[in-house]
Write a protein that binds this ligand. Structure first.
Ligand code: PLP
Ligand code: TYF
Length: 399
């Protein structure tokens, strides 16, 4: 029956973990997948999460189904975290549903836009972008196109190219924007550039869809990291938003997220929510319970919320300290090339500029694993392995 089904390629990011697992060297380092590691290279369960689980367990909750749109205390608090005091939220004009983490939020958004957004069937994503964006939106029935984003020469934002490409998009196209801590480049527009983008996107009558997978991870401050989203909303854009709590709460496998749409008013919001439920119902009926309860407990408890904010800051700061140390090491080793981007890039990743052959050499010779585009997950570096990593990179670059 299945003789005509060809074997598919492995996921380019999760495939790196497979190669890492197969390596028996004690020196091996996995900088592939974007998952936070503590100073000893271990997965990190936040203490605010542990406390929330203790509170939950003590309350002896049942395991009934959630509504199709998820846990109301969670979706309300998630929207508040993202939008802050934005006017549409205050007037009950934001439709929000719980999702299976950020990926599920993107998929709900893709399916909803494919069904209801007038005219447009194309979504523009940055080049490069998170690898899964193309597949998620294509499988949602949208045509996926790209806009210029990264400038290899400056290892920074190609702002002129980005604006030129946005200007040529047909009206009613969807523009996907990484709200902060762009994956894979670690390069974000400045606040001034975001303001310009907001004006341009309004002028060209485009629809902004924010993917916010790293709120708090970029600067260590959830409010600062929400600047772009909140600015667009205050400028009158009726945005779509995909939120993930995988990284900022370390809830990866619990699959906690939310999808929201800014509506014109409360009546429109109710219509949008009814249709979002119709999108969700045949996909998975209703979302998982436990992770949403954890996130909701943290977001709705003053003490746990404060603890969580300081833990997010701690994770962001450890990553920033690794950036400084890596930069100092590479420069100290007289590694050819400029390395300032290691420090100026933000969030979970650094786009090192290492070439695919150099990444292959690092895997074979030094047991160091990263994606073929030269992206490293900064969280995989720590005081125990950063000198070995720096020396190995320096050697690989020197050839
Ligand atoms: N969007 C971006 C840019 C990401 O990097 C990720 C993965 O980390 C996601 C969305 C979705 O991740 P998850 O489905 O684990 O929330
Ligand atoms: O870019 C990353 O490393 C994260 C983690 O199918 C990830 O987004 C990678 C692949 C995937 C899900 C999450």
């Amino acid at each position: 029956t299945w003789s005509a089904v060809p074997a598919g390629p492995p996921d380019p990011i999760l495939g790196v973990t497979e190669a890492f697992k197969a390596d028996t060297s004690s020196q091996k380092i996995n900088l592939g997948v974007g998952a936070y590691r503590d100073g000893n290279g271990k997965p990190y369960v936040l203490s605010s999460v542990k406390k929330a689980e203790e509170l939950l367990s003590a309350s002896n909750p049942d395991k009934e189904y959630l509504p199709i749109s998820g846990l109301p205390e969670f979706t309300k608090a998630a929207a508040k975290l993202a939008y802050g005091d934005a006017a549409p939220l205050k007037k009950n004009a934001v439709a929000v549903v719980q999702s299976i983490s950020g990926t599920g939020a993107l998929r709900i958004g893709g399916a909803f836009l494919g069904r209801f957004f007038p005219h447009a069937k194309a979504i523009y994503i940055p080049n490069p972008s998170w690898g899964n964006h193309t597949a998620v939106f294509r499988d949602s029935g949208l045509e996926v196109k790209q806009y210029r984003y990264f400038d290899k020469k400056t290892v920074g934002l190609d702002f002129a190219g980005m604006k030129e490409d946005i200007k040529t998009m047909p009206a009613n196209s969807i523009v996907l924007l990484h709200a902060c801590a762009h994956n894979p480049t670690g390069v974000d527009p400045t606040p001034e550039q975001w303001i310009e983008l907001s004006n341009l996107i309004a002028e060209k009558q485009l629809f902004p869809f924010f993917d916010m997978a790293y709120q708090g991870f970029a600067s260590g401050d959830t409010v600062r990291d929400a600047f772009a989203l909140r600015h667009f909303v205050s400028a009158g854009h009726q945005v779509a938003l995909a939120q993930s709590f995988a990284k900022n709460m370390g809830l990866y496998g619990e699959r906690v997220g939310a999808f929201s749409l800014v509506a014109a008013d409360a009546e429109e919001k109710a219509r949008l929510e009814s249709q979002l439920k119709i999108v969700i119902r045949p996909m998975y009926s209703n979302p998982p319970l436990h992770g949403a309860r954890i996130a909701s407990t943290i977001l709705n408890n003053e003490k746990l919320y404060a603890d969580w904010l300081s833990e997010v800051k701690g994770m962001a700061e450890r990553i920033i300290s690794m950036r400084e140390r890596l930069y100092d090491n590479l420069v100290g080793l007289n590694t050819p090339g400029g390395w300032g981007h290691i420090k100026s890039q933000i969030g979970m990743f650094s786009f090192t500029g290492l070439t695919t052959p150099q990444t292959q050499k690092l895997a074979e010779k030094a047991h160091i694993y990263m994606t073929a585009d030269g992206r490293i997950s900064m969280a995989g570096l720590n005081a125990h392995n950063i000198d070995y990593f720096s020396e190995s990179v320096s050697k690989a670059v020197k050839g």
